[in-house]
Design a protein around this ligand. Structure first.
Ligand code: CP
Length: 337
């Protein structure tokens, strides 16, 4: 039994460095299964309730994929209108019911704190897939895993890292969760770049300062930064009071190869939690970066499967049994890495 077994994963505040390393070690062990070199049926018979009350592509599908890759089954509901929440059912009742159908639940909901409220009614572990502008802990873990892997190529670690976070730092829950995780490390330099109205919430700024990290706050990209990581974000239009309000900021922080060359090092890793807004008026990460080897966005999405497999295995207490239930893969998939 590990400290993960049977427990909810609701916030990055549940993690210390040892717990993160445990997740990363199990995530790494999932590579042969995620790459379809082997398959495992360790979760044969288990059911994931995958409840997404807010739009999602990668978090929802990668939770499902991760569970399937461990041999489990997935039952889903998507969209508020397609659930009895639209008829006034409480989160508690929904949790009571759906936890009777599932062994574990992954959930996304537009209201901050909603996944925690749901977890109080659940009889099985609940994993937060994003609750409003509050937290996105599994994204933060996969981002940190990606940072660790990317920096290894440059012979660097997370301690001493310089990360530039750009864009909507107010409503972007991924930067909230990632910043809190990075606070666990030593001598991190945070450069926070956003319009003042979309600045990082004060409690997170306080957490960075209280942990003794270096903090630079600015409203625009300036000069050539020595950042190891450039973490671009989307204007979270769904959290603004109106589209007009969101439109004021759309396209303010475009990143293309020319801007990247002007402001970053040749080795700076480019990250984004995705989706990137590729509409002309936003163009957050231009397609001309697609061939830049430092663009890590699709390595992030691949790593999301590994990290979510690890979290399922740890939470359901099978992390040491995965290879025992291993089989050969008998089909052929042509995949480039
Ligand atoms: N990064 C992320 O949460 O993406 P989705 O909204 O597609 O799940």
């Amino acid at each position: 039994m590990s400290e993960f077994t049977g427990n909810h994963i609701l916030s990055v505040s549940q993690f210390d460095r040892d717990a993160i390393e445990r997740v990363f070690s199990v995530a790494h062990s999932m590579l042969p299964y995620a790459r379809r070199q082997k398959r495992t049926t360790v979760l044969n018979g288990a059911i994931l309730g995958n409840l997404f009350f807010e739009p999602s592509t990668r978090t929802r599908v990668s939770f499902g994929t991760a569970f399937n890759l461990l041999g489990g089954e997935v039952r889903e509901t998507t969209g508020m209108d397609n659930s009895a929440l639209a008829k006034g059912e409480s989160l508690f009742d929904t949790a009571r019911v759906l936890s009777g159908y599932s062994d574990i639940i992954a959930m996304r909901h537009p209201a901050a704190g909603s996944v925690g409220e749901f977890a109080e009614g659940s009889r099985v572990p609940v994993i937060n897939g994003g609750d409003g502008a509050n937290e996105h802990p599994t994204q933060a873990l996969l981002d940190l895993y990606t940072i660790k892997r990317e920096l290894e190529y440059n012979n660097k670690g997370i301690d001493g890292l310089h990360i530039a976070m750009i864009g909507d730092l107010r409503y972007g829950r991924t930067v909230h969760s990632l910043s809190r995780l990075l606070c666990l490390y030593d001598n991190v330099h945070f450069t926070l770049i956003s319009p003042r109205e979309l600045a990082m919430p004060q409690p997170i700024v306080d957490a960075i300062e209280n942990a003794g990290h270096r903090l630079t706050i600015t409203e625009q990209l300036e000069g050539n930064m020595d950042a190891d990581i450039c973490y671009q974000t989307r204007i979270q239009e769904e959290r603004f009071p109106s589209q007009d309000e969101a439109n004021k900021y759309r396209g303010k922080f475009r990143l293309n190869q020319a801007i990247y060359t002007r402001h970053f090092q040749s080795k700076t890793v480019i990250m984004h939690p995705l989706p990137r807004d590729s509409r002309m008026e936003a163009n957050e990460l231009d397609n001309d970066l697609n061939l830049n080897p430092n663009l890590a966005i699709f390595r992030q999405t691949d790593n999301g499967v590994l990290v979510r497999m690890a979290l399922f295995a740890l939470t359901l207490g099978v992390e040491n049994l995965v290879s025992q239930y291993e089989r050969d893969v008998i089909w052929t998939t042509k995949k480039s890495s």
